[in-house]
Design a protein around this ligand. Structure first.
Ligand code: NAP
Length: 410
């Protein structure tokens, strides 16, 4: 039974002529999430509403629609991820979610990974940008301004693996030895790492399109192709192929940059470069501002996005989105932080900034900009939650008070 109650107000976002059509009063489904989810989502919705009101003087308004996943869904449907929820995200196209608990134990797949795979949200997009005044381990954290595009549906993350000693592993060991002449230690567990042309090209295409739309100067393909040639190395090769086949007028490679343009990027073009993953981790620290948009396979993307977020103040400040061809699910990058649940204590910035990404996705940039400026101002005023306050040596304010400070600063 459908347990979601859409209001009479509001219109659906739709796809018209291969483009998103955004009404003035779009219905946007939200999942509160578990643990600290309801607190950060509550603040995010209030801040978004206030910014939209301020920016458009009542001409535009989000009509929120609650949908359910995690503990709240389990109470309502006896299921952690009901079909209603998946269908609503498909129907309404743009949605936002708080963090969800992955119950520990065999047989439970992460709800987040499931949502990404079922809805084909193949790009995990994480902008990493510094807010002045946020404590950081870096001397020049302001040099960080990257947008990370992490592949979301394949690689060792696809969960194709079997435990040591299982009949599947025994079969595989036998097959590998007999058919391919490969001997693997008998007491191994085995995981499989698929990386496809389809998965790679659609991700890199999205990264290049993003760079073009936002006026970014480079897209860097990050891989471990020196060792894993047919997966990671192929990711690099297929990435360059997309650039050459689909964006030849708009892109140049590093080789072309030096051979044809004396090292000076021609106006309006994007530089496509590649870096081996281990080098890229140090480049992010030592030559931070030479990288703008970065595309990576799933596992490296997971590590790299948290490492970059740490350079600008950690996960509490880092927003994210999972985006497919049109459907987009915006989410805080942190988890449910159960030890802080119900204390009105944590930093809602990650959730609020994910909401800002959502406003940008639907073209409501003015409202998004107001929020960014208001957060920056709150930090300057030293109105911050415990996570930043403890590093700044000042008294913290509550999660809800931080939300009020943002709204006051709009
Ligand atoms: P976590 O919930 O992200 O919390 C780890 C630590 O990060 C917290 O103890 C806290 O650090 C800090 N933190 C997280 N959110 C914060 C915020 N908004 N403001 C300030 N500090 C924040 O990670 P976890 O404890 O490993 O995971 C808990 C549950 O969340 C698990 O069930 C996991 O599966 C789930 N999870 C869900 C998602 C998702 O839904 N996308 C993502 C990751 C994890 P201090 O202790 O130092 O204060």
């Amino acid at each position: 039974m459908n347990k979601i109650s859409p209001s009479q107000e509001g219109e659906r976002i739709r796809i018209d002529n291969n483009r998103l059509f955004i009404p003035e009063n779009p219905v946007i489904p939200y999942i509160e999430g578990d643990g600290i989810g309801p607190e950060v989502m509550g603040v995010a919705r209030k801040v978004l509403d206030a910014a939209v009101k301020k920016a458009y003087q009542g001409r535009k308004k989000i009509i929120w629609l609650e949908i359910y996943a995690g503990e709240k869904a389990n109470k309502k449907y006896s299921k952690y991820l009901p079909q209603d929820t998946i269908q609503s995200i498909r129907d309404y196209i743009v949605a936002i979610k708080g963090p969800l608990t992955t119950p520990v134990g065999e047989g439970y797949r992460s709800l987040n990974v499931t949502l990404r795979q079922i809805l084909e949200l193949y790009a995990c997009v994480r902008p990493v940008q510094y807010f002045s005044g946020v404590p950081s381990p870096m001397l020049h954290p302001e040099k960080m301004n990257m947008v990370i595009f992490r592949e979301n549906t394949e690689d060792v993350y696809a969960g194709i693996e079997w435990p040591q000693g299982s009949k599947e592993v025994k079969k595989l060991l036998h097959y590998l030895k007999k058919e391919l002449g490969v001997e693997i230690r008998k007491d191994s567990g085995i995981g499989i790492k698929p990386i496809s042309i389809t998965g790679t090209k659609r991700l890199v295409r999205k990264a290049i399109q993003y760079a073009l739309e936002k006026g970014r100067k480079s897209v860097t393909l990050v891989h471990k192709g020196n060792i894993m040639k047919y997966t990671e190395g192929a990711f690099r090769d297929w990435g360059y192929q997309v650039a050459k086949e689909e964006f030849s007028q708009e892109t140049v490679t590093e080789k072309e940059l030096w051979d044809k343009y004396q090292g000076k990027l021609p106006c309006g073009k994007i530089l496509i470069k590649d870096r081996i993953a281990d080098n890229m981790f140090q480049q992010a620290l030592t030559r931070t501002d030479e990288y703008e948009v970065v595309a990576l396979p799933n596992l490296n993307g997971d590590y790299f996005s948290d490492a970059c977020a740490a350079q600008v103040g950690g996960l509490g400040m880092a927003p994210g989105a999972n985006i497919g061809d049109f459907i987009a699910l915006f989410e805080a990058t942190h988890g449910t932080a159960p030890k802080y649940a119900g204390q009105d204590k944590v930093n809602p910035s990650s959730m609020v900034l994910s909401g800002v990404m959502m406003l940008e996705y639907i073209g409501w940039r003015q409202a998004g900009n107001l929020i960014r400026q208001a957060i920056a101002k709150a930090i300057k005023q030293k109105k911050v939650t415990y996570d930043l306050a403890r590093q700044m040596g000042i008294e913290p304010i509550k999660c809800s008070q931080f939300g009020e400070a943002i709204i006051d600063n709009l």
